[in-house]
Design a protein around this ligand. Sequence first.
Ligand SMILES: [Zn+2]
Length: 243
Amino acid sequence: MDKLYRKIITGVLMCGGTLLTIIAAAHFSTSGNNEVRPVALTGFNDSTPTIVLDAGHGGIDGGCTSADGIPEKGINLSILLRLRDLLRISGYEVVVTRDSDRSIHDDGVEGIAAQKSSDMDNRLALFNSEQNAVCISIHQNQFTDPIYSGAQMFYSASNKRNEALAQSLQSSFAELLQPDNTREIKQCGKELFLCYYSENPTVMAECGFLSNPEEAALLNTEEYQQKVAMVLFKGLSDFLEES
Ligand SMILES: [Zn+2]
């Protein structure tokens, strides 16, 4: 018979003077050959959603760019991979739209516009591939005036749980990483293709402004990318606990 062990995985994050401690309790089982494998988390059951993560852009589409030429696509991917690992170690099933620097358009599609359209269709198909999923699309923001900074969550009214998800992620940024961030979540329409047409709770997380030199420099560091991933993890966890 399998023996159950409880492991406490504790991640400690220093965020602008705020100490965040995330404790995830996981059950592990051992088979006869002492192989350890995760079987379930406390509170996890058939209704636990799959988490779908999207790293915006990729391949020839770099997204927006900082003043010194760093495109958002790589920052988006790094945050995604870190968030994916946090979620997986906590027991979630995670689907990602990409785990490398590429577009996910269908083979054989020619032309940039057609490839972009195919890429977005395939991302949406992944968002809607599970009946019970929660989706986060990770992006960085840009504005003509470099003074603006701070994360902001965008959502569509197409799913009634989107607003709560957006608010939970926004609150997590303000609480843990950006105490001066007073931005409010913003509702958008069809222009946010993935948010609008997703059949699952979905938010586009603009994690910061690449047009702000200080924030762009932070976003380009692994340390800050890890903090952003943990903030998203905490906001998502709060949302799932409350819903
Ligand atoms: Zn973007």
